[in-house]
Ligand binder design. Structure first.
Ligand SMILES: [Zn+2]
Length: 447
């Protein structure tokens, strides 16, 4: 077999794996390209150990090299506590008890918690945080700092050492840790750090806290990536971080999925893993997936889970909402939906099923928007995300439209459109304000 044949056979899988690892379609494409180049260059060294294994190893190395580039900052000589790359991968263990930290985060007052979650887990700007919290930008900044400081105290750490330093505000140091300082400000911070041991110590402590937060059981962060293809099909990647995963006695992760979205690739804590599927609820067309990471997972441990699924048709959307609103079948529809544990949980939290439906209608842009018939040849993709907990969560979603497309309508407006075809949303999602969007698009006939 030559490299081209090998590539033809496995590039689809490699792309899915890289998408699951990076959660970014454009980046996955770039890394896939790099994998191809490396595979071609190294093909003479290939010893026939199994083509898929060999290519997978190359793709993983490309991904690790990307992480190294992203996380190393050789321009910063004061990066005293730079961690080996392994520690930055999701799932690395931390000396602080995750549950303790999680409780500490929950104990913060809601404005502090929201500010911290938005800054740390969502990468939102202070301006965006200020908008969400309806406060001035400076207040948003202080709240993030205050949240970090409180967290450190609750966890029994010494108060930040820069308290002994009169010259620098803590927020400037925090911004420096989060790499959101403007260049001239960063230069000032670095000059000060060079002569102030107290602030140097603070930086080390802030970084330690930030790293610990990275590993905390948050259920705060989920990333969704969907690529719609020219024939109306779709590849979707969904990533969650959760400490509420079901773990079996062997330390395997299990979760449910629907028949119509067969999963082709699963990663657990950054590792692509073996898995199997069983049809556990045939009446609801539900499968249970069991993923087997190399290192067994302990119950309660935060798990970073991604999976890729393929679908032949775009999610046929709000059809179920329409059905639900049709008096002829709404009882049956309700019964079926309420059979789903997640819907059940949501409806209980929100004070009843009607409240759930009301929110869906509102977030979809109103009943008229949902009921309006789609123009001929237009497809609709619909997506909704809820947080089942009272905690706010950060959701990032991107949809990449097919090559031969035109966007007909999208609700709500994306926060960003990248490379003219990737629509991006980044939102704080709460129980009562889910992220639900509708994307209508038309595929041009093949020329
Ligand atoms: Zn100082």
């Amino acid at each position: 077999m030559n490299i081209e044949q090998m590539w033809e056979k496995h590039s689809g899988y490699l792309k899915q794996m890289l998408t699951a690892l990076t959660r970014d379609l454009d980046l996955a494409d770039d890394l896939l390209q790099e994998t191809y180049l490396r595979a071609r260059m190294g093909f003479t060294d290939y010893r026939g150990e199994g083509d898929k294994t060999w290519l997978t190893a190359i793709a993983k190395n490309v991904f690790l090299a990307h992480l190294k580039r992203k996380y190393s900052h050789p321009e910063s000589p004061l990066d005293l506590d730079r961690q080996p790359i392994e520690d930055m991968l999701p799932g690395s263990t931390s000396h602080i008890d995750h549950i303790t930290l999680r409780e500490a985060v929950s104990d913060l007052t809601p404005p502090l918690r929201t500010a911290l979650v938005m800054r740390h887990f969502g990468g939102f700007s202070y301006q965006e945080i200020a908008q969400q919290l309806s406060c001035p930008r400076g207040t948003a900044q202080r709240r993030v700092w205050e949240a970090v400081r409180k967290l450190r105290t609750m966890l029994g750490a010494e108060p930040a050492s820069s308290m002994q330093c009169r010259k620098l505000m803590g927020t400037a140091l925090l911004d420096y840790v989060y790499k959101v300082t403007r260049p001239e400000q960063a230069a000032k911070v670095e000059a000060h750090l060079a002569e102030c041991p107290a602030c140097r110590q603070t930086i080390v402590e802030l970084r330690a806290t930030a790293r610990t937060l990275d590993t905390v059981a948050v259920d705060f962060k989920s990333v969704y990536v969907y690529e719609l293809d020219n024939s109306g099909g779709m590849i979707g990647a969904e990533t969650y971080r959760s400490s509420n995963m079901t773990i079996d006695e062997n330390g395997n992760v299990t979760f449910r999925g629907h028949h119509s979205m067969p999963i082709t690739c699963i990663t657990v804590n950054g590792e692509d893993v073996d898995f199997y599927a069983e049809e556990t609820e045939p009446q609801n067309r539900i499968m249970t997936y069991t993923a087997r990471p190399t290192r067994p997972v302990r119950p309660g441990e935060p798990v970073d889970l991604s999976f890729i699924f393929n679908s032949d048709s775009p999610k046929k959307t709000d059809a179920y909402l329409k059905n639900l609103l049709d008096p002829a079948n709404s009882d049956e529809m309700r019964a079926r939906l309420l059979n789903d544990p997640f819907t059940q949980q949501l409806s209980e939290k929100l004070g009843g099923y009607d409240a759930l439906v009301d929110i869906m209608i509102r977030e979809c842009g109103g009943l008229e928007r949902i009921m309006a018939p789609l123009p001929e040849g237009v497809m609709r993709y619909n997506f909704s995300h809820w947080t089942p907990y009272d905690e706010p969560g950060v959701v990032t979603a991107s949809i990449r439209l097919p090559d031969e497309k035109s966007l007909v309508d999208v609700h709500p407006k994306p926060d960003e459109i990248r490379r003219n075809r990737t629509l991006l949303w980044r939102r704080m999602v709460t129980l009562t304000e889910p992220l639900i969007f509708l994307v209508d698009y038309r595929i041009s006939p093949k020329r």
